[in-house]
Design a protein around this ligand. Structure first.
Ligand code: HEC
Length: 289
């Protein structure tokens, strides 16, 4: 169990008159440096306060393999037919997917489809705006943004760690996202789960914190099948959020090779130039003669 902690100073409130002090600074600019230092302190303490000593559940490790086109296609099926009911994926267009999934345009339209949208449209949510407003006042965020912000391990842990919590409006909670507003869309596939609770800290106060889940009821998939599905979804989200990743991996060795060749050529050129330049020792010898 890892616990984040912060320095004691951050618990003291910083007064505005302290921050905007007009005392003469040694550099002659009255208070400018002091104000800068104080605002930095406010900034860093604010960031630290946001994550004040909370018990962090361990993340489940996952390796993302963007070459596995079958996994990406499976992930695309789930995301474009399940998640898009609530979330958008506006960082991508339907037309940008077939190449990534290793499909032709017509195969993509047949196998995965565009949910009635134009082929070149960005991927928007199918949820009407009125329903989004009514959705507990927490609109489902855009998944391309989310997949860039979170690591694959966090996403994988999030998707597999919903647990039954009768105190929540949806009846579920999440190990890595306390009091989440998303319903457990995987309940039919994965079955329900119960939390593994420990005495820990939440925002600095002692609390019961979930650090993992255990199966409660059976779903239509075995745990291994469900993990595979969740991994495919994470792989697809990662691929959509990092559209140039594969190209970068392909070009990287060539670019490094180019730098190596350029370094060799530059070194040879350096040698050529300096062959014609006398060193100071040689010049002295010649003058002396
Ligand atoms: C019934 C609507 C609904 C469906 C279907 C749905 N979600 Fe969500 N999801 C939400 C809502 C609402 C939130 C916002 C939760 C919050 O901020 O408390 C959310 C949050 C998330 C988050 C966390 C975002 C963050 O702020 O860090 C991820 C990741 C996510 N959803 C992934 C998915 C994936 C993947 C699918 C498809 C398998 C999916 N969701 C299907 C409603 C939905």
């Amino acid at each position: 169990m890892a616990v984040l902690s912060i320095g004691k100073d951050c618990t003291k409130p910083i007064r505005r008159d302290q921050a905007m002090t007009t005392k003469k600074s040694p550099f002659g600019r009255p208070g400018a440096l002091a104000a800068l230092a104080a605002s930095l302190a406010v900034f860093t303490c604010g960031a630290a306060r946001a994550s004040v000593a909370s018990t962090q559940p361990p993340l489940k490790p996952i390796t993302v393999n963007l070459q596995d086109k079958a996994a990406l296609r499976n992930g695309a099926l789930y995301v474009l037919h399940m998640c898009v009911a609530c979330h958008s994926l506006q960082g991508a267009r339907y037309s940008s997917l077939p190449r990534m999934l290793g499909l032709s345009e017509s195969a993509f339209k047949q196998v995965i489809g565009t949910n009635g949208h134009h082929y070149h449209d960005t991927i928007t949510t199918s949820m009407p705006p009125a329903i989004i407003d009514a959705f507990a006042k927490i609109p489902p965020p855009d998944l391309t943004d989310i997949a860039r912000r979170h690591s694959p391990a966090w996403l994988f842990t999030y998707l597999t760690s919903f647990y039954v919590d009768p105190s929540r409006p949806n009846g579920v909670n999440n190990v890595v996202f306390n009091n989440v507003a998303m319903p457990d869309v995987f309940a039919p596939l994965q079955g329900l789960q119960k939390p593994r609770m420990v005495e820990g800290l939440r925002y600095g106060s002692p609390a019961k914190v979930a650090i993992g889940v255990e199966p409660l009821t059976k779903g239509s998939m075995t745990p291994a099948q469900f993990d595979r599905t969740a991994r495919d979804i994470v792989e697809f989200l990662y691929a959509v959020a990092h559209p140039h990743q594969q190209e970068r991996a392909r070009l990287g060795p060539w670019i490094i090779g180019l730098f190596v060749v350029l370094s060799i050529l530059t070194y040879l050129l350096y040698k050529l130039y300096w062959r014609r330049v006398d060193t100071s020792e040689e010049r002295w010898w010649r003058v002396g003669r």
